[in-house]
Ligand binder design. Sequence first.
Ligand SMILES: [Zn+2]
Ligand SMILES: [Zn+2]
Length: 277
Amino acid sequence: MRYKNISDCHSHSNCSFDGTRNMRDMCMNAIEMGLVYYAVTDHCECNQYMNVPHIPGGRYYDVVRQSYAELLQNQERFPNLKLLRGIELGQPLQDLNAAHDALTGRDYDVVIGSLHNIRDHDDFYHIGEHNPTEQEIDNALHAYFAESLEMVEWGKFDTLAHITYPLRYMCKAGETPSYKPYQDELDAVLKALIKSDIALEFNTSRILRTDAPKLPDREVYSRYKELGGKLVTIGADAHRTENIASGVEEAMELLSDIGYKEYTVFVERKPVQVPIE
Ligand SMILES: [Zn+2]
Ligand SMILES: [Zn+2]
């Protein structure tokens, strides 16, 4: 480890349909790695709240309750780990009642806002499987920025997840996509974040992968800084123990190179700045 203050503020236990390990194992790995803060942020896809397509009979309604109960258990089990109680709230605008239910009655440290699919469309993950044309990609990105902006204006979350998510799947390995053609739309989202004191996440899940497109991280985080943005959370989006904090040091290095001295974590939904060192 090159840095001493390493945290990971985005990860999934097997409460998430795509998580592979139980929360206890995830926490044990985080302790072994000496993380300063560690957040488990299981999925809650608001647009599928009462019907998880991947799990017969599954409901995110139950997942959020199960995951939160396990967060409390593991906080008790590992008193020396700064385990943050998190949730990844997907597509909140597509079912506001679900979003409200998910956030009511539980004291989260950090609520991650995500957009995995635009309204009436498949997850970008699946769009990518159909070899989209340039026109389809362009249309999807315009819609993505529009709905992201709406989400930030709604604002009931602490950090906006993986802003380059569509590019992961709609572009191919070896490509180096850019958000330059969407500068105005990107700027509108970044400015809205800054105005609302919502952080911008640096999702590191692709940073070390050679079988993925090269995401325009430097471009996005430099622009955010230029516009006055100060709150960047870092998360590896691990779905298995071995990916915890993967790429976090590379993100810290890039942020430091751009001029950031600190990154952000949320504790009881308030930003805490941690020195990049
Ligand atoms: Zn996500
Ligand atoms: Zn995630």
